[in-house]
Design a protein around this ligand. Structure first.
Ligand code: ADP
Ligand code: MG
Length: 325
């Protein structure tokens, strides 16, 4: 029988393969981790919980759960423009399932190695399944991106297509059916294996006036920027990038509602002063990254106005909120 200590020893206290960027002075194995923050850097800290049946289905594969739970946390660091360095994980499990834990841990460490992040501690307890991560990252002093700071006429950008993850959720929920295997797998992957836009967050640090990651949907998350920045926005729906699969599988009317109110795409939404647009384009190109201008900030109202081919359109917005379901 595995004890809690065996679980920590075999599945969480593992060595990173590659050189990690910043090794903790003291990591797993003591009562607390000890960390040194380099001079002229600030520490960004973010915590997120994923709870069974609220954020994931109980039959989710451990590989997917590891991927999603880590990456949604890294996405918050991307939103702050931070460089991820460490993570801690409080995991609650109904029972110790060796095979399940092995798969979870292998995927988790594969990703930690990829991002050069160190797992520096956590907690392991028994109960209904939940995962709480705290992610740590660095930003140069005073350079963290925030939700406030968007100004009149700033351009609004997103880093990639919207709506695909929401389609993935509808498929998992069996609310819709898609026969085409390729498209089906594409949507599921978009929902379960988010790709946090860390590099985008870092390169827009000196350019963006505000930034947020799209976890609850463009409408909801852009509204946070607008509230914090005391302004409104005009969004051109025809400028929102859409995947080939969504264009093929979803009717035009539903696409925009999914793209605007569907959550969990984990793209970034940021604003850029007009005079910095050129610099942004150069930096994106240099780093082989993309971002799409979908509208602009307007200080004359406090809401989001949607346009399609220059004509205003009223959308049926279903804000994705856990407590409203
Ligand atoms: P304590 O009882 O003093 O809180 P624990 O037995 O809970 O200590 O944890 C022992 C060590 O293992 C600590 O360093 C803790 O941070 C680490 N740890 C526990 N669970 C995890 C986990 N799921 N992932 C990473 N580290 C963990
Ligand atoms: Mg403990």
């Amino acid at each position: 029988m595995y004890t809690e200590f065996d679980v920590i020893k075999y599945f969480f206290n593992k060595k990173n393969k590659k050189n990690i960027r910043y090794t903790a002075n003291i990591g797993i194995g003591d009562d607390g981790a000890v960390l040194t923050i380099p001079k002229k850097q600030q520490l960004v800290v973010t915590t997120d919980s994923l709870v069974e049946n609220t954020h994931f289905f109980s039959n989710i594969k451990p590989e997917y759960l590891a991927h999603k739970s880590l990456c949604v946390n890294l996405s918050d660091l991307a939103a702050m423009g931070a460089h991820p360095t460490w993570i801690s994980l409080a995991i609650t499990l109904p029972k110790i399932n060796h095979i399940w834990l092995k798969k979870f841990s292998n995927t988790l460490f594969k990703l930690l190695n990829f991002y050069k992040i160190q797992l520096i501690g956590g907690d392991t307890t028994k109960g209904p399944m939940s995962l709480t991560y705290t992610a740590y990252g660095f930003v140069p002093y005073g350079k963290a991106l925030t939700r406030s700071g968007a100004m009149h006429n700033d351009k609004i950008y997103i880093t990639g297509p919207l709506g695909d993850s929401a389609v993935g959720l509808l498929l998992l929920d069996k609310k819709i059916y898609i026969k085409n295997k390729h498209d089906y797998n594409f949507f599921i992957k978009k929902h379960l294996k988010p790709d946090p836009k860390i590099l985008h967050g870092i390169i827009i640090r000196s350019i963006a006036s505000s930034n947020i990651d799209i976890s609850d949907g463009l409408y909801s998350d852009l509204s946070h920027i607008l509230n914090k920045s005391n302004c409104g926005a005009e969004i051109q729906l025809d400028l929102i990038p859409l995947s080939k699969s969504i264009k093929k599988q979803i009717s035009k009317k539903n696409i925009f509602e999914l793209a605007v109110s569907g959550g969990e795409d984990y793209e970034l939404c940021f604003t850029v002063p007009k005079k910095k647009q050129k610099k942004l384009e150069i930096l994106l190109k240099k780093n082989n990254l993309k971002a799409f201008c979908i509208g602009k900030i307007n200080k004359n109202f406090r809401t989001i106005k949607f346009f399609y081919k220059k004509k205003q359109l009223l959308l049926n917005i279903n804000k994705f909120e856990h407590f409203n379901q």
